[in-house]
Structures are given as C-alpha cells and as structure tokens.
Design a protein around this ligand. Structure first.
Ligand SMILES: Cc1cc2nc3c(=O)[nH]c(=O)nc-3n(C[C@H](O)[C@H](O)[C@H](O)COP(=O)(O)OP(=O)(O)OC[C@H]3O[C@@H](n4cnc5c(N)ncnc54)[C@H](O)[C@@H]3O)c2cc1C
Length: 481
C-alpha cells in the first residue's frame, strides 16, 4: 500500500485516484479550483447552461466500467456539416445511412466512404491492441505485427483524406478529425483517421443535464472510495530526493508526504514549475502546442428551425485556416465554426423559447493580447461568418460571453491555453509526447497532455494505465520502502 498524492482533479486525475483507492492505496487529490472536473466544466447565465469543454461523449463504456450509471442519449445524427459551397452532409451514426448520405452529396463516393470506414475500423482495432492498451514502454502482449501497417505509418491525415476521396468536401470532412487532438491535418498522422470508427461503430452520446455532470458522478465515486479530496488546494512543488518523490508542497505552505505523485496538470507545468527539468521541457516545446479554443456562449432568443445538436460550418480554404493557426499563429481569418446546441435534445439547458448556443473556433495557444485583433472584434468576425453561412443571429442575441485561451491557461494551468498539451505533428508524434512514467521513482503523469492523449475516453484510459503502473510498482500488501 502506498500513500498517493494526485495533483489535479481533471478526469485523468479522478480516474487514477478512484482506481488506486479501490486497490487499497491511501489517496489524496489536490485540486486548485473549488470544483472537480477540470476542463469538463460548465458556464451558467440567466437560465442558460453551456459546456466550457466537451460536448460529445464517445466510448461511454470506459465510464460505465468505472461505475458511472447515468442514462445517456445516443445521437442518431452525429454532426451536420455545411461546406463553403452551401452543400450539406448529415453524419448519421449508422454506417449504411452515412454511406448513402455521402453518395447523395457526391455521387460515386459512397463506396469510398465504406472503404474508408473499413480502414478506420482496422486502425482503431490496431490502436486499441497497442497504443491505448498500455504505457508504451514495452510492446503490449495483444499486439500483432500487422498492427504496424494498419495505422498507415508515414502518411498524414490530409494525405489519407486525399487517397480516400476524390471529392474536396469529403477530404475536408476527414481532415477535420485532426482538430479532435488540437492538431494540423497537414502534419498530423493518418492514425487520427480512426476517430470516425469510434463514432460510427460505438456512437456519439449526450449526457442529459450536460456532459459536465459526468464530473459529479466521478466525484461521488471518489467519495465512496474514500479518496480525500482537497479543493482550492494548489500544489506548487513536487518534492523529490534520492531519486524518488517524497512529498507535495502546497501554495498555502503545507507539505504532504507521499511515495507516489500522480500529476494531472499539463506535463509542461510539471517540468516548467512543479519539478523543473529543462531537457524534458524542451522536448515538449519541440512538439509545438496543440490548438486552443475561442468560445462564444450565446443566449439566443427563439427556436431555430432544423438546427442540429452538433453542426460544423466549414471554411472555404482549410489549408489557409491551418496556416493561420499553426504557422502564423493567429486566429483564422476565415474560421471553421462549430455550433453546439444541447437544448435541441435537452430543454433543461435553456429557458423556454430560447436556445443555448456554444460556438467554438480553433485558435492558436497564444494570449489574445498578442492577437492582431481583440477578442471582441474576433467575436464580431465569427458572428459575421456565421451569418454568411445561414445563421444570422442579429436581433436574437440576449448575450454572448467569451472564453479565450487566456481563460484556459489561467483556470487549468494549460500550456499557453493549449487544450491537449503538445500537438500531433509528424508521423511519430504519438510516440514523442510525454509518457506516463516520470523521471523519479513514484512519479507518474496522466491527462490530455501525455500518453495516450486527450478527449474524455483517452484521459480515462490514461487513468487506468497509470493506476496499473502504480499497482505494479507499489503492490498493495507489500512494504514499499
Ligand atoms: C473547448 C473544449 C472542447 C472539448 N471538446 C471535447 C469533446 O467534445 N469530447 C471530448 O471527449 N473531449 C473534449 N475536450 C477535451 C477534454 O475536455 C479534455 O481532454 C479532458 O477533459 C482533459 O482531462 P485531463 O485529465 O487532462 O484534466 P484537465 O481537465 O486538464 O484538468 C486538470 C486539472 O488540474 C488542475 N490543476 C492544474 N494545476 C494544478 C496545481 N498546481 N495544483 C492543483 N491542481 C492543479 C486544474 O485546475 C484542472 O482541474 C474538449 C476540451 C475543450 C477545452
């Protein structure tokens, strides 16, 4: 049995704390904010509720296995896409309906979508046996030689899209999945193309009451497992000596001794401040930050005919958009806009006769004070683009609250406001991100900035990987000195 300190109450931190407490360790979790959940958070105003983070849940089985029993709503339409030429594509969950919809949009491409889906499924199966299965320190026992080729090594996601489809719009649809990892499709590995198989084979889900209620479920499970949760408790140092961790030091001056420290803050925050390590920090910097988000949270008067729960309104030139994001590091002049409206499926999210709209634009992980235009001016640009693409909200806005990269950085300690730590840039990027074991005995990392990556299911899988590592290194029932 070990005394375990978890720094950060995001999903990765909560899952590892839960599993280790269930294994019999003594677990304390320190969260700097007054609530658990990290980026899984909400914003409320005047009867409207908005998610500040996740809006789509995938692979819900990962949470059910932990004991989350909440009823979920499966979305039959995963997302509605609108392309710059005005054409639309409804991404149906059911693969056959999706293939028919692709054929309707672009005759001749339905069969190509089936082939692409079969490839994505193979890639997902290979990734599940290998990449998601463990800490990557040794080949997983289930791995097969063919898994190496199943993930299309050496190809970018945009390259994969070019091979899969001859229609420009469908290439944009595939490339879009890089943004699930905050990355540039023209640099990100093709393996991210497995995400459509996650959505079409396992579904996309909504959590009634809003996705952030999942954090409340996990908090209840932590209480049952007798994890000691300390809120508004910022850790400012990991104390190490003799090659192992010894304690965590709190900003209020207190120190708590422990044999195991699990870091759920960004890896850059660990190596930059909590346990400075310039070499490891340089390695993270070399990845370049993943993208951040600019959110417009709007209380909208009236109901919008035919609005989907999730919509993507694409830009005209994806290459230029990602050039703005990752090369010029400025908010895209012609951004793709995500519109989420949970009140389509859940009336509790907005007052009667109104809608809660979350509009998300990918922006660089950079302080808005260094943008070429102010957040207010960019807000107006986004609303203009939206109006051009068929959603004119003028006269319907009760309010628009903004959430910027500076908020992501200040609230959660996210590196420059990056959502997922380092970007997936280059074919080997997934293997160059920080691993789950730290450079001292008893030090582990979990969460969106480390292996296996960000997004709710992956950070939860990371929590399990880290709990397994700790259980192996500090078996319950054995002295661990
Ligand atoms: C706008 C947006 C949209 C997203 N959409 C989706 C989606 O649709 N689907 C999906 O699956 N995922 C989505 N994600 C990603 C998902 O939210 C994250 O990958 C996941 O929640 C991150 O979990 P984590 O374990 O890395 O912890 P985080 O959420 O990063 O939490 C880390 C915690 O550590 C705390 N902390 C930091 N430093 C300290 C310290 N020194 N002491 C104590 N506590 C500290 C922070 O306050 C925070 O609570 C989205 C994220 C964002 C921002």
């Amino acid at each position: 049995m070990a005394e375990v300190s978890v720094i950060g109450g995001g999903v990765g931190g909560m899952v590892s704390a839960l599993l280790l407490a269930r294994s019999g360790h003594e677990v304390r979790l320190f969260e700097q904010l007054p609530r658990l959940g990290g980026k899984l958070a909400e914003h409320r105003r005047d009867g409207f509720t908005f998610s500040l983070g996740p809006s789509l849940l995938t692979l819900p089985g990962v949470f059910r296995e932990l004991g989350v029993r909440r009823e979920l709503v499966e979305l039959r339409e995963l997302c509605r896409y609108r392309f710059a030429d005005g054409s639309r594509l409804s991404a149906h969950r059911d693969p056959e309906r999706m293939a028919a919809e692709v054929e309707r949009l672009a005759p001749g491409q339905g069969a190509r979508w089936r082939a692409f889906h079969a490839w994505a499924r193979g890639c997902l199966e290979a990734s599940t046996r290998t990449f998601f299965a463990g800490p990557l320190t040794r080949p997983p026992s289930e791995a097969r030689l063919s898994d190496l080729t199943a993930v299309a090594p050496g190809r970018t996601l945009a390259g994969l899209a070019r091979r899969a489809f001859t229609d420009r719009r469908l290439r944009q649809y595939v490339a879009r999945y890089a943004t699930y990892a905050g990355s540039n499709p023209y640099r990100a590995p093709a393996a991210l193309g497995c995400i459509p198989a996650i959505e079409h084979d396992h579904g996309g889900w909504y959590v009634p009451g809003g996705l952030p209620t999942l954090a409340d479920d996990l908090a209840r499970l932590l209480e049952e497992a007798q994890v000691e949760v300390r809120l508004s408790a910022r850790v400012c140092e990991v104390v190490a000596g003799g090659g192992r961790v010894r304690a965590v030091r709190l900003a209020d001056g207190g120190e708590v001794g422990c044999e195991v420290v699990i870091v759920n803050t960004d890896a850059a925050e660990l190596y930059g401040h909590l346990l400075p390590d310039r070499r490891r920090l340089r390695r993270i910097a070399a990845l370049g930050p993943s993208s951040s988000a600019f959110l417009l949270l709007a209380g909208v008067e009236g109901r919008t005919e035919g609005l989907a729960h999730h919509s993507i309104l694409f830009s005209a030139d994806y290459r230029a958009e990602f050039g703005d994001l990752f090369e010029h590091r400025r908010p895209p002049r012609d951004p793709t806009v995500y519109v989420g409206c949970a009140s389509v499926d859940d009336p509790s999210q907005a007052p009667e006769g109104a809608e809660a709209w979350t509009m998300l634009v990918n922006v660089p992980a950079r302080d808005p004070s260094r943008w070429p235009l102010s957040p207010q001016a960019y807000r107006d640009l986004v609303l203009e683009r939206l109006a051009e693409r068929g959603h004119d909200l003028s006269g319907r806005l009760r309010f628009v609250d903004l959430f910027t990269p500076a908020d992501l950085r200040e609230r959660y300690g996210a590196w420059g406001g990056a959502i997922y730590g380092g970007a997936y840039s280059g074919p080997l990027a997934p293997f160059r991100r920080p691993g789950n074991r730290g450079p001292r005995r008893g030090l582990y990392l979990v969460g969106g900035s480390v292996h296996p990556g960000g997004g709710l299911p992956l950070v939860a899988m990371g929590g399990r990987i880290v709990a397994d590592l700790v259980n192996r290194d500090f078996p319950v029932g054995k002295a661990t000195s």
